[in-house]
Structures are given as structure tokens and as C-alpha cells.
Design a protein. Structure first.
Length: 140
């Protein structure tokens, strides 16, 4: 915040809301639900090699081979395809590449706001599942 008074005031206001609304505890509670939903819906999917996270920050890693964790070919741009399809459905996700070796390996990150409603969290998982289904069918 570089000691700028307005920035410091904004940071303090955010901290007050986090305490007032008990967002840390709510984040942990909703994160448990999100983890269960992600594992239930994605653990057995063909290209999902790992589901990892904590609270409301989660990632899905995509691989060619679930046993060896061999990454998908970089030219497939799996994570970018996920981002593009998700945006078409109204969902914002953060794609990443180079997970395995700096070049190969794809993942997406989910980071809903700490004050996300349960309804919106459910919608996030529904849209992510629809997104994955479309991208998997294109790649297969």
C-alpha cells in the first residue's frame, strides 16, 4: 500500500469486513464443500490428474496419463481451451501452462471471492463441469 493514506484506509476497511462477516471461517467451511464437489465430479475424469487446494483456492491439473501423470501435449492448449469455453458460459477461471516442466502441463485455478454465496459456488462447479465436458470432447 506504499503508506498512501487512501490505500491504507481501504486495506483497513477490508480487514474490518473480513472480521465482521467472519469470512475466514466461512471460507474454510465453503472450501470443504467445494473440495468435496470437485473431487466427486472430477476425480475420475479422463484428463484430471490432480485436484488440490485449500479454502476457496483450488486447482485442477490436466494430464495425458493419470497413472504416470504424463502431461498433455502443449499444442493442445488444454487450460487455455478451458478458459475460453468457461468465458463463453460466463465463468472466469485462471489457466496455467508449464506445470510439469515449464513448458508442458496444464492447470486451471478457481478463486471465488471470500463472500461467495453457496448458490454461486454451486453454479461455479456446474459451469466448470460443462466447460470440462466440452473441452474433453474436443480433445478426445
Amino acid at each position: 500500500y506504499q503508506a498512501h493514506p487512501v490505500c491504507c484506509a481501504a486495506a483497513l476497511a477490508v480487514q474490518k469486513v473480513i472480521r465482521r462477516d467472519d469470512l475466514v471461517a466461512r471460507c474454510a467451511e465453503k472450501g470443504k464443500w467445494l473440495e468435496q464437489e470437485l473431487r466427486t465430479r472430477f476425480e475420475l475424469r479422463r484428463y484430471v490428474g490432480d485436484i488440490r487446494g485449500r479454502g476457496l483456492l483450488w486447482a485442477l491439473e490436466f494430464v495425458k496419463d493419470k497413472e504416470t501423470k504424463e502431461p498433455l501435449a502443449p499444442h493442445l492448449h488444454f487450460a487455455s481451451e478451458m478458459r475460453d469455453q468457461a468465458h463463453r458460459l460466463g465463468l472466469a477461471i485462471y489457466p496455467g501452462a508449464g506445470t510439469a516442466d515449464g513448458h508442458a502441463g496444464d492447470h486451471v485455478i478457481l478463486a471465488p471471492p471470500l463472500n461467495v454465496s453457496q448458490e454461486d459456488l454451486g453454479l461455479l462447479v456446474d459451469l466448470l463441469e460443462k466447460t470440462y465436458d466440452v473441452v474433453e470432447s474436443r480433445i478426445s
